[in-house]
Ligand binder design. Structure first.
Ligand code: EPZ
Length: 418
């Protein structure tokens, strides 16, 4: 396993290119199951989760070609085995997204229940309840969910919780359903909008994506299209925080500021400059950093996927900040590692109270989940001395060559074989 070693203290200066959004690519890959033709997806980042999803599609019977850097072509003429095995699903929960399209086009699917992960139980009850509402037979056996339907029928579905992949799964199921489907309390995330736009270009009739009510008129046929993936707002947000906390002056190219307004507001409150320029967003940071309170919420609220990163920044702020995680029940795994660097954090239920320290000190750390890994890297950038982050396979799931991008900005960072 690799680890990343950082000598803290460098200021970050320069330009960094935002890669395509992992959480937009995955549902687009699932959408390719809906059609017989060649689906093309461009601006695809080189990430472990995408490799895993490619394996899953090939297991199902799809042809998958990586035409050149960042261009993916997928064709599913038929599905040999409509089942997503545990060994693939357990490392990537987004595999649940094959459920909707498989049932919609091939009338049945057997998908391993994803199980929990470091940040929470991650149930899929809302996905399954929605499919049942559309007339599917849903059964759970041996850790797998079996779903079948001769033809799904449109339904009015209220989702108890704003769920991103739940909304995406039901969108993917509803496009071929008989009649109209209405998704209420739908997720507003930009990745949902990206999927809905692609489905409409394939011939679907979806309105309301990006609002809490999405309406889908079922159609009989869709055609394969080419889609360019939107920039990754969480990767861009991570670099915004990096520049703000490492006294940087960084232009983040293709940064989707409109989808990061809550993050920009908090960084400005903390004293950073965040300005839209031609081709990107410039973030300028300096010390002292003002403490800010943050509460994660569904989009357009402050993203839960940015909580660990802003916490790393608050560890070196000049006062007290309260960070509340309302989406996942166990998303403070980075706290104990940050405390090993001298951070002063106390957890009280869903909130963490962070008392800014003058400096953090480098330490050997262990990554536990994707965004926690990012927060440890950020803390290492500003800590005194050497920081080593192990188990960075978590990081590789969602960040493309992060050490190269940070090194190009002046960070003293390298990846070594453990
Ligand atoms: C998506 O996960 C993202 N993953 C996550 O990003 C992100 O953190 C999350 O949305 C929230 O924004 C992908 O898009 C592949 P949810 P998802 O369903 O869809 C509860 C990353 O770092 N819930 O929106 O799995 C759930 O427990 C990853 O890239 C149910 O109760 O999250 C949670 O509390 C991590 N029942 C809340 O909803 C369900 O059936 C939001 O989860 C589904 C969800």
């Amino acid at each position: 396993m690799d680890k990343i070693i950082i000598q803290g203290g460098a200021r970050l200066v320069g330009e960094v290119q935002t890669s395509g959004a992992k959480n937009a690519v995955l549902p687009l890959m699932a959408a390719s199951l809906l059609v017989d033709g060649w689906t093309t997806i461009t601006n695809v980042p080189g990430l472990k989760d995408i490799e895993t999803f490619k394996k899953l599609l090939k297991h199902l019977g799809s042809e998958v070609e990586e035409v050149e850097g960042g261009v993916l072509k997928i064709r599913t003429a038929s599905v040999t085995t409509p089942d997503a095995p545990y060994e693939l699903v357990k490392t990537m929960r987004a595999a649940i997204l094959v459920l909707g399209p498989l049932v919609a086009r091939f009338k049945k699917a057997r998908v391993s229940l994803p199980g929990g992960c470091a940040i929470g139980a991650r149930p899929v009850n809302i996905h399954l309840a929605g499919l049942q509402k559309m007339g599917a037979e849903v059964g759970i056996e041996g850790g797998y969910v079996n779903v079948s339907a001769e033809r799904l029928k449109g339904a009015r579905i209220y989702m108890d919780t704003r769920t991103v992949t739940g909304t995406e799964n039901l969108l993917l199921a509803a496009v071929y359903a008989d009649g109209q489907t209405i998704l209420e309390n739908a997720a507003l995330e930009p990745e949902v909008v990206c999927l809905a736009d692609a489905l409409n270009r394939m011939g679907a009739h979806i309105t309301g994506a990006g609002t809490e009510t999405i309406t889908i008129e079922g159609v009989k046929e869709l055609k394969a299209v080419q889609t360019a993936v939107i920039p990754d707002r969480i990767e861009a947000g991570t670099f915004m925080v990096a520049s703000a906390m490492a006294r940087g002056n960084v232009l983040i190219k293709d940064c989707p500021l409109d989808n990061l307004h809550a993050v920009a507001v908090k960084l400005r409150e903390a004293g950073a400059t965040v300005e839209q320029e031609a081709g990107g967003v410039r973030v300028i940071g300096d010390w002292p950093i003002r403490s800010v309170d943050v509460k994660t919420l569904p989009h357009p609220g402050f993203p839960t996927d940015m909580q660990a990163q802003i916490m790393a920044m608050m560890c070196i702020s000049s006062g007290l900040s309260v960070i509340t995680e309302t989406i996942f029940e166990n998303r403070f795994m980075h706290v104990s590692e940050l405390k090993r660097m001298g951070a002063d954090i106390s957890i009280d239920g869903r909130s963490a109270v962070v008392k800014g320290a003058r400096r953090l000190s480098g330490a050997p750390l262990m990554a536990t989940d994707l965004r926690a890994s990012a927060s440890l890297i950020l803390a290492g950038l500003v800590a005194e001395g050497l920081t080593e982050v192990s188990r960075i396979y978590h990081l590789d799931r969602g960040y493309e060559r992060i050490e190269h991008k940070l090194k190009a900005l002046g960070a003293n960072i390298k990846r070594v074989k453990e």
